[in-house]
Write a protein that binds this ligand. Structure first.
Ligand code: GRG
Length: 294
C-alpha cells in the first residue's frame, strides 16, 4: 500500500467511528436501526467525506464542523446506494462486498433506511454544532439540497433510468453523469469554503475542480465495470454492457476513456495548485480517483 492509500484507509476508520456515533441512540424500531447501522458498517471508501475534510483543512475549518458536514454528504451517498440497489432501480444483490440492504432485511426497510439517512443529513447540518452562524448552516443546507435533489443526483438518476432505452449523445451522457455523480462531489468540494466563509472566487474554483473530479471518477467507474475485478469492487460488474447501456467507455473505447480521465485529473490538479503546499495532500488524493481498483 502506498503512503496515500494508507492515509485514506486510516481516514476511513477515524471517520466511521465518528459517523456511527451520529446515528440517533433512541431506537424506535430495532430492525430499522440495525439496517441503518448495517448499511454504514458494510464500509465504502468514504471519498466524499475525505475530499470535504481535506479541503476544509486548507481553510483551517474546525475539525468537528468539517466532520459533521462530511457525515451529511456520506449519509446522502449511503441513502442513494441503498435506494439504487432496490429491485425497481438497479436491482442489485451485492454492494461493498455484502448483501444489499433489501436482501439482508426487506424492501420496505431499505426504503425507510434511505429516507432516514436523507433526513438525518439535513438534521445534522441544521444543528449549531455544525456552525454557530445560522446563515452558514442555511447555505450548507441549500447547497446539499441542490446537489442531492431534482437539479442534482435525483435528476441524474432519473435521466439514467430513462437512458436504457435511448441513444444518448456524448454531451447528454456528460450532463447525466454531472448530475448523478458530480453534484455530490460538488458539495464535498465547496462545503469547506462555506464553513470558512470564503468568497465566491474559492467557491467557483472548487466547484470547477469538483466537476472535473466527478467526471473522472465516473469514467473510472465505467472503466472498472468493463475491466475491473469483482473481488475488489465488491459489486457485480459488466452490468452496463449486458444492458446495452451507453457509458463513456462504450462511447469512446477503453483507451480514449482512460486518456480523458487522466486529462480531467490534470486539469483538476491545476485548479488546486493555487493552494500551494497546503493543497499537497489533496493533490495526492485527487490522483487516487483514477488509480483506484474499487
Ligand atoms: C437512488 C436517488 C438515487 C440515486 C442513486 C449513486 C447513485 C444514484 C447510483 C449508484 C450507482 C452508480 C454507479 C453511481 C455512480 C456513482 C458511484 C460510482 C457511486 C459509488 O460510489 P463509491 O465508489 O462507493 O464512492 P463506496 O461504496 O466506496 O462509497
Amino acid at each position: 500500500m502506498s503512503r496515500i492509500e494508507k492515509f485514506i484507509s486510516k481516514f476511513a476508520i477515524e471517520f466511521d467511528y465518528f459517523f456511527l456515533k451520529l446515528l440517533p441512540t433512541k431506537k424506535y424500531s430495532q430492525k430499522l436501526h440495525d439496517a441503518m447501522k448495517y448499511s454504514i458498517k458494510v464500509g465504502g471508501k468514504r471519498l466524499r467525506p475525505l475530499f470535504l475534510i481535506e479541503i476544509s483543512k486548507i481553510f483551517n475549518v474546525k475539525k468537528i464542523m468539517a466532520f459533521r458536514a462530511a457525515a451529511a454528504i456520506e449519509l446522502i451517498h449511503c441513502y442513494s446506494l441503498v435506494h439504487d440497489d432496490l429491485p425497481s432501480m438497479d436491482d442489485d444483490s451485492m454492494r461493498r462486498g455484502h448483501p444489499t440492504c433489501h436482501i439482508k432485511y426487506d424492501e420496505a426497510t431499505a426504503i425507510l433506511v434511505g429516507d432516514a439517512f436523507l433526513t438525518l443529513a439535513f438534521e445534522i447540518l441544521s444543528q449549531e454544532k455544525t456552525h454557530p452562524d445560522a446563515e452558514i448552516r442555511c447555505k450548507l443546507i441549500h447547497e446539499l439540497s441542490r446537489s442531492s435533489g431534482l437539479s442534482g443526483m435525483v435528476g441524474g438518476q432519473k435521466l439514467d433510468l430513462e437512458a436504457e432505452s435511448k441513444n444518448l449523445k456524448l454531451s447528454e451522457i456528460m450532463n447525466l453523469q454531472k448530475l448523478k455523480t458530480g453534484e455530490l462531489f460538488r458539495f464535498s468540494c465547496v462545503a469547506g469554503s462555506i464553513l470558512a466563509k470564503k468568497g465566491l472566487n474559492d467557491f467557483e474554483n472548487l466547484e470547477n475542480y469538483a466537476y472535473k473530479l466527478g467526471l473522472a471518477f465516473q469514467i473510472q467507474d465505467d472503466l472498472l465495470d468493463v475491466t475491473g475485478d469483482e473481488s475488489k469492487t465488491g459489486k457485480k460488474l459488466k452490468k452496463d454492457l449486458k444492458r446495452g447501456k451507453q457509458t463513456f467507455v462504450s462511447f469512446m473505447g477503453v483507451k480514449k476513456a482512460k486518456e480523458s480521465a487522466e486529462q480531467l485529473i490534470e486539469e483538476a490538479l491545476d485548479i488546486i495548485s493555487k493552494y500551494g503546499d497546503d493543497g499537497e495532500n489533496l493533490k495526492q488524493i485527487t490522483k487516487i480517483i483514477i488509480n483506484r481498483s474499487s
